[in-house]
Design a protein around this ligand. Structure first.
Ligand code: 5GP
Length: 182
């Protein structure tokens, strides 16, 4: 697995430090509120698990799954809800925990869908922001890192369902895509 990585963009140590900082900020912002962390499967689950453990106020968690990428590295703009939340979010403070925002199309769909359920508030926490590729504007209340226009894997992010378990965020070697004919 490691032999497929061209470069480590964000180390495990840097991620840990950032997640701790984000946890602190979120705890402060939502003190006294009924906070629900909504994570987007599957990649977002890694970030959520670490972030939740760095939040010091009571939170509940819920999961939603959408498809936008399939196994390809290019966004199609077509988003489909595959798994819905288990609980109602009406009158609750919702923080969507996303691993990476690229074009923004996935989140635009999701935020519209969640807003229609009348939460008390609806905000976004994203670990990675690939803002140069943004097509639709997304308000990000909490952000981890800005990254350039490269395809990254690790810490929950996959390529063809692999590399999610890498503890860092890295860039794949171009030959890995060529192997698959992309
Ligand atoms: P968007 O709709 O913002 O273009 O795409 C968001 C989704 O695309 C992310 O949740 C993620 O699944 C996928 N994605 C976007 N950029 C990358 C990337 O660099 N690496 C990986 N592994 N997935 C990405």
């Amino acid at each position: 697995m490691l032999e497929d990585i061209e470069e480590i963009l964000i180390t495990e140590k840097e991620i840990k430090k950032k997640v701790k900082e984000l946890g602190k900020k979120i705890s402060k912002k939502y003190a006294g509120k009924e906070l629900v962390l909504v994570s987007i499967l599957r990649g977002g689950a890694f970030f959520l698990a670490d972030l939740a453990r760095n939040i010091t106020i009571p939170v509940s968690i819920d999961f939603i799954a959408v498809s936008s990428y399939g196994t390809s590295t290019k966004s199609t703009g077509v988003v489909k809800l595959i798994k819905d939340l288990e609980e109602s979010i009406e009158n609750k403070d919702i923080l969507v925990i996303e691993d990476i925002i690229d074009t923004g199309l996935t989140l635009r769909y999701l935020l519209k869908n969640l807003q229609a359920r009348n939460p008390a508030s609806l905000n976004v926490c994203a670990l990675l922001d690939k803002s140069v590729r943004r097509i639709v504007e997304i308000p990000i209340l909490f952000k981890g890192f800005d990254i350039p226009d490269v395809f990254v894997v690790g810490y929950g992010l996959d390529y063809d369902q692999k590399y999610r378990n890498l503890p860092f965020i890295g860039v794949l070697k171009p030959e890995v895509f060529l192997r698959k004919g992309e």
